[in-house]
Structures are given as structure tokens and as C-alpha cells.
Write a protein that binds this ligand. Structure first.
Ligand code: ZN
Length: 498
């Protein structure tokens, strides 16, 4: 018996803004509990919400990237339910008239090749607070810092056909949203959350089976594991002739199992109605067009083009196109005349080692400030042209590879851009002085007489080691090619003499 698995996803993504959706409180993650709260996000009587323009812009940008129809007029609605971390008793969301509908996301499925997955809708909403059941013994603690943080909910069509495909969809979605600086999509910090609907049917059956909703999916691998578990559970049940009950299931990451929620937890009737405190959301003239322009070439297309146009490896192209600003900085350097493959190497292996993940997220956030203020920050730690200058100095033989690495690291640390002067100051300009090279070679062979003797007995692979020792002795100033030649002639030419 062949079975078909039908999966649809609902993805909640936190928008990369400094402040919340309807008030000026900070949206920062990880600060002490209840330090970013005000009457609006605590839902105190009489407080009125005011929409965050940047959140609206980022949602529009995401919708454009997903090829959605963006509606110039949409409606905020109240989603009513009771929970201790929801002080208002409702979440402001969008229901009947969402911001965007009818889009698609393309990616390559391992089983089916290139696939296009429908996006049914994308709407704006605010997050709820967070309950902690393990902080205070016997009690539940509530943190409202999250309350009112801006989100988009992205709902896919039930077009996914396996747990692995669901995971690939999320990877592709994350790549687009991060690239466009819509969200950092950090699952550990809750800025990307997934609920999934899954049903199974016998292959060829035109009717859809009864679906269940799986919640509490905290990682991409968790999504895949939970959906595989739920698929197998449904197939086994249907195989035994049992009916699938439409209900909400919870994934337990530690056991890998999926269990039904208590029915009290899942009973919900949200009684949506239009938000009386907010007028319809009408996009001002030009906003949609501006955000559409910012989308441009998507990361998957850029990835392919970088490989084709610049001859960089798939892996390097992946790193360079993960952030739009990094991709732009790379192309700018190449336009200034730098060798594309060398530039990729220096950007990735030296440039990004100065920029840790947290710093990168910070840069992403500053991008949005920049839209309203001035000032520019780069992802690679050098101004344009520095990597090109270093590559040229290498080519001229003034710098060894090792020395270039040192010079670039120093320039980054001291925020300078003068490659040759820095190399001079550090005494790293490569010596073409043959006599000096001979001295280093002689000293090295004397210090490593054992290795030299083994080399002469045929262990020629020790040459690399000896070259390294000479380079070390020269403090990176020697030219490795000249060293290699001098060593070879010293070792093979006059045996035993020094
Ligand atoms: Zn607030």
C-alpha cells in the first residue's frame, strides 16, 4: 500500500524591528522579565494602539518576495481567547482581509526536484507574552516583554508531501526572510515558530484524509521528526481501520513522540471581529512599490549567479548570499577589480571570523535604522578596496599568504585601510633577499637535522614541514616559493654539507 502525506505549515515570524507592533516598547529578546512594557502592550484600559510603520514595511517586503498579491487595504481583527500571558484577552491580528494572499515559494525537494508551494496568506499580528512554569516552584510566572512584538503569520497551502519537504520549505523561507532583513528567523529565541497540519491518504485517492495539527515544533529537525512520527501514527491507525480524529497534537522533542493535547487546551473559538481601536490599514502611495524594489534578486538566484559568474564554490556562494549586505559588499569589491575567487576566500575566512553571529544580527537591525537616519556599517571589517589591495600585494610578491592574513586582521582591529603601510609597520613586507633566505634555510636545517636526514632518505613529504619551519623563522616574511626552491637545492644538492 502506498500512502501520500499532505502537509501545510503555519509559520510565525518575528519582524526585525526595534520596537513593538503597536507601542514604542523595545522588542529586544533576552532582557530581564517585564522591563519592556507599557499600558498599550499590557492592555490597560484606555490605551490605544498605533501601528509600527517598519513592521508594516517588512511584512509587505516579505509578501512581495513570496510573490503574494499585496492588498493596499487590509483589516486588523481581534482574536479572542483567554490565557494568563494575554492580558487584553485578545491578540490583534488580521482575519478576513489579510495584508497579502496567493503567493508561492519555490525550492528543490529531494524527492520531487523543483517544487512550487502555494502561500495562502500572509498577515500581520502581535505576539502574546510568555508563561514560565519552571521558574517559581508551584507557580507560573509571566513575562510580558514579548507581548505586542510584531509578527507575520505565513500560511502555506497543503502542497508539501513529506516531512523532509516541510523542513526544506522552512529552510528556503528562512533564507529569503533573513536575506531581505525581514527577520533573523532565530528559532531558539522564538522569532520563527511553526505549526503543521498533516493528513494521509492512499495514493490516488482524490479525497483528503482528516488532518491533525502538530504544535510545539522548536527546531527544523524537530519539525521533520514530529511530522514523521505523526505520519506513521496516522498510517498505522488508518491501516487498522481506525478513524483519525481532528485534533491538536503536541511534539515532545525529548522522546520524539507526538501526543494529543488535552481537549480543554485545544478547544478554541476565537470569535474574530474587526479591531475597533484601529482603522483599516491602508498602504500609503509608494510604500508597496518601494518595498517591492528592495526585494530584487532572491538569494537562491543570486547563489546560482555567483557560482556561474564568479566561479566560486557552492558552499562559498551560500555563505556570501546568506546576507544581502554581505553579497553587496562582495560584488562591490569584485567591481573594484579584485579577483572574485580570492575575494570570496578573504571575505569568508578572515572577514567573517571578525564578525560573530550575534554581531551579524546587530548589523541586520542597524540596517533598518539606517533607512531613517544616516551612517553605514559593513559586515566585512574593511572598507571597499582593502581586500583588493591585499590580493594585489600578494600577487606582486610583497606579502606572503600568512602575512596578508595578519595585515588584514590588524587593519580590521585598528579600523585602518592602508595595506602596504600596515605591512611595513608590522615588518611583513616579503623579502626577496636570497642571501637572507639561504640563512633561514641553513638555520632551519641545522635545527631540524633529524627531519632533514629523513628527507634525504626519501621522506620527501617532509618538505612541507621544513618550508613551514623556515616561514616561521622568517616570521612570515620569506617568500614560500623561494624557500621551497632553496630548501630543495640545499637538501638534494650538497648532501651533508651545511
Ligand atoms: Zn508597550
Amino acid at each position: 500500500m502506498t500512502w501520500e502525506t499532505i502537509i501545510g505549515l503555519e509559520v510565525h515570524v518575528q519582524l526585525l524591528t526595534r520596537s513593538k507592533m503597536f507601542c514604542g516598547c523595545s522588542a529586544t529578546f533576552g532582557d530581564p522579565p517585564n522591563t519592556h512594557v507599557c499600558p498599550v502592550c499590557l492592555g490597560l484600559p484606555g490605551a490605544l494602539p498605533v501601528p509600527n510603520e517598519l513592521a508594516v514595511r517588512l511584512a509587505v517586503r516579505a509578501a512581495c518576495a513570496l510573490g503574494c498579491t499585496v492588498h493596499r487595504r487590509s483589516l486588523f481583527a481581534r482574536k479572542n481567547y483567554f490565557y494568563p500571558d494575554l492580558p487584553k484577552g485578545y491578540q490583534i491580528s488580521q482575519f478576513e482581509e489579510p495584508l497579502a494572499t496567493a503567493g508561492a515559494l519555490e525550492f528543490v525537494s529531494e524527492q520531487r526536484g523543483p517544487v512550487t508551494i502555494g502561500i495562502r496568506r500572509l498577515h500581520l499580528e502581535e505576539d502574546a507574552g510568555k508563561s514560565f512554569h519552571d521558574r517559581v516552584p508551584g507557580m507560573t510566572a509571566v513575562d510580558f516583554n514579548r507581548s505586542g512584538v510584531p509578527l507575520v503569520e505565513i500560511v502555506s497551502a497543503p502542497d508539501l508531501r513529506s516531512p523532509a519537504e516541510a523542513r526544506a520549505f522552512l529552510v528556503a523561507l528562512k533564507a529569503v526572510l533573513r536575506y531581505l532583513e525581514v527577520s533573523d528567523c532565530n528559532m531558539e529565541q522564538g522569532s520563527l515558530r511553526v505549526d503543521a497540519n498533516l493528513s494521509v491518504r492512499r495514493a490516488g485517492d482524490p479525497e483528503l484524509g482528516t488532518r491533525t495539527e502538530v504544535k510545539n515544533l522548536n527546531s527544523f529537525s524537530g519539525v521533520e521528526r514530529a511530522l514523521a512520527f505523526e505520519r506513521d501514527r496516522q498510517i498505522a491507525a488508518v491501516g487498522r481501520g481506525e478513524a483519525i480524529e481532528q485534533r491538536t497534537m503536541l511534539f515532545d522533542a525529548s522522546s520524539g513522540a507526538v501526543r494529543p493535547m488535552r481537549s480543554k487546551e485545544e478547544s478554541h473559538d476565537y470569535r474574530y471581529f474587526p479591531e475597533p481601536d484601529l482603522p483599516p490599514l491602508v498602504l500609503v502611495s509608494g510604500l508597496l512599490e518601494e518595498e517591492r524594489c528592495k526585494v530584487g534578486e532572491l538569494p537562491s538566484a543570486k547563489h546560482q549567479r555567483f557560482m556561474r559568474e564568479y566561479g566560486v564554490s557552492a558552499q562559498d556562494a551560500g555563505v556570501l548570499t546568506a546576507h544581502r549586505r554581505l553579497a553587496d559588499e562582495y560584488e562591490e569589491e569584485v567591481r573594484l577589480g579584485a579577483d572574485p575567487r580570492e575575494t570570496a576566500n578573504w571575505f569568508i575566512n578572515v572577514g567573517l571570523s571578525h564578525t560573530d553571529a550575534a554581531a551579524l544580527e546587530k548589523v541586520m537591525l542597524q540596517v533598518h535604522d539606517e533607512e531613517f537616519t544616516t551612517g553605514k556599517q559593513r559586515i566585512v571589517p574593511w572598507p571597499p578596496g582593502v581586500v583588493r589591495d591585499a590580493i594585489e600585494a600578494l600577487r606582486r610578491g610583497e606579502l606572503s599568504h600568512q602575512a596578508a592574513k595578519k595585515v588584514l586582521a590588524e587593519l580590521a582591529a585598528r579600523k585602518r585601510s592602508d595595506v602596504v603601510r600596515m605591512a611595513q609597520e608590522l615588518g611583513l613586507i616579503q623579502l626577496r633577499d636570497e642571501a637572507q633566505t639561504e640563512v633561514w634555510v641553513r638555520e632551519t636545517l641545522a635545527a631540524h637535522a633529524g627531519e632533514a636526514a629523513r628527507y634525504r632518505r626519501g621522506e620527501t613529504k617532509l618538505l612541507g614541514f621544513l618550508v613551514g619551519q623556515v616561514m616561521k623563522r622568517s616570521q612570515g616574511k620569506a617568500d614560500p616559493k623561494a624557500v621551497s626552491a632553496a630548501l630543495t637545492s640545499a637538501l638534494e644538492g650538497s648532501v651533508g654539507r651545511q
